[in-house]
Design a protein around this ligand. Structure first.
Ligand code: FAD
Length: 364
């Protein structure tokens, strides 16, 4: 049981204010008692970024997404009554010092600052390859990144997108909207676009839609191992690539659109899967750390990661479980050991979300 100091509020720290973390924060703001609880949001970026919009955002100025898809953290994102109580810290967490059982722990920021928590929510999302992963430092660095990407795309004539998942497909569509004259190719290792979560009909349908916009789709082939690792570097200068199957591709811009990894380097390996995902119980608590919850892209759950699942399916469960946890802890007092949320009939259990996906092809 965490030890609440008489004079202090119980502190809920949410790390990562993306789709999962921000939804937990906004949900909690309707339910917790600001006289007893305080909420701190920590995010590496100064702004909430609507990731599904970032492909159009980085390709062109269509729809003025710099204004509409990025929102500074602050009152704008803290809805309703919690607004005055929630605090936002701009910083990246690099380490967690766990408390004994459910005692207060500490998250350590890259600035060296320690932030104590009673309850911790981890929702730090994925790290994407360089052309897709927006910087963290400031609004200025994010805008410079967007400007550089737009210039790169505008200048290129022969663009190769490596990876035919949702991101590759959507980026191809945005690039076709940008220009009818560019040669755009998707190279995908699998026999069909996307993966086996989706029906064959759906996968073939996407290929046909892309081809109808004069986008070349190559499936069942891949880059050589050596080229595949080079394209993740900042300055890839090859102008001709030969695929594993011997196809020659003329390129002046190569964009990796696969290779997302969970953003979990601040956690010790014993809490992670072999691929770096955070192990969680169905209550979305970390095993052995009942006062720590995780959700979104970082959790070790065999499913397609999505904003919808993080925000609409997992966040309400984390929010409900935090409320239940607080109630159980209050009812139990300070001396009764660990709060067993899993045993509570009121606890919310995650059992996966429906697999559905809407993949755009530019504005078509
Ligand atoms: C280009 C692109 C297009 C997409 N399109 C779609 C789509 O159309 N539909 C859909 O459902 N999903 C889409 N997704 C996936 C979707 O965006 C993610 O599944 C979703 O954002 C996951 O939510 P999350 O809360 O786990 O992480 P995120 O929303 O990524 O939020 C993570 C937050 O954590 C912060 N953070 C990271 N590390 C740290 C740290 N160490 N310390 C502090 N803060 C940290 C980040 O700055 C970020 O704000 C897309 C993703 C991308 C990249």
């Amino acid at each position: 049981m965490y030890h609440k100091r008489a004079s202090e509020k119980i502190r809920i720290v949410i790390v990562g204010g993306g789709f999962g973390g921000l939804s937990v924060l906004n949900g909690l703001s309707n339910t917790i008692d600001p006289r007893k609880h305080e909420v701190i949001l920590i995010d590496a970026r100064p702004e909430f970024i609507h990731l599904p919009a970032t492909l159009r955002l980085t390709v062109s100025d269509a729809d003025d997404l710099i204004t509409h898809a990025m929102h500074p953290y602050g009152e704008h994102t803290f809805r309703n009554k919690l607004a005055g109580n929630a605090k936002y810290i701009h910083g990246s967490i690099t380490d967690i010092k766990f408390g004994e059982k459910e005692d207060r722990g500490v998250v350590v920021l890259d600035s060296g600052e320690d932030v104590h928590y009673d309850i911790l929510v981890l929702a730090t999302g994925s790290i994407w390859p360089r052309s897709i992963y927006l910087p963290t430092e400031s609004r200025k660095t994010i805008e410079e990144f967007i400007k550089t990407r737009r210039e790169e795309y505008a200048k290129a004539s022969d663009i190769l997108l490596v990876g035919g998942g949702a991101v590759g497909i959507e980026l191809a569509g945005e690039l076709r909207d940008l220009s009818l004259s560019k040669n755009i190719t998707i190279l995908h290792r699998g026999k069909q676009l996307l993966n086996s979560t989706y029906s064959e009909r759906y996968r073939i349908g996407h290929q046909q839609q892309l081809e109808s916009r004069n986008i070349t789709v190559i499936t069942g082939d891949s880059l050589t191992k050596s080229d595949a690792s080079k394209i993740f570097e900042d300055h890839f200068t090859e102008t001709e690539l030969v695929t594993e199957k011997g196809r020659k591709l003329k390129v002046d811009l190569v964009i990796p659109t696969w290779g997302a990894r969970p953003n979990t380097s601040y956690l010790p390996p014993n809490l992670l899967s072999s691929t770096g995902y955070v192990q969680v119980l169905p209550t979305l608590q970390l095993p052995g750390h009942p006062n720590i919850f995780a959700l979104g892209d970082i959790i070790d759950w065999d499913e397609q990661k999505s904003a919808r699942k993080a925000a609409n399916v997992q966040a309400p469960k984390v929010q409900a479980n935090i409320i239940e946890y607080l109630q159980l802890a209050e009812a139990a007092g300070e001396s009764s050991g660990v709060v067993d949320l899993a045993a509570s009939r009121k606890s919310a259990k995650y059992a996966g979300g429906t697999e559905m996906s809407i993949i755009t092809n530019g504005k078509v």
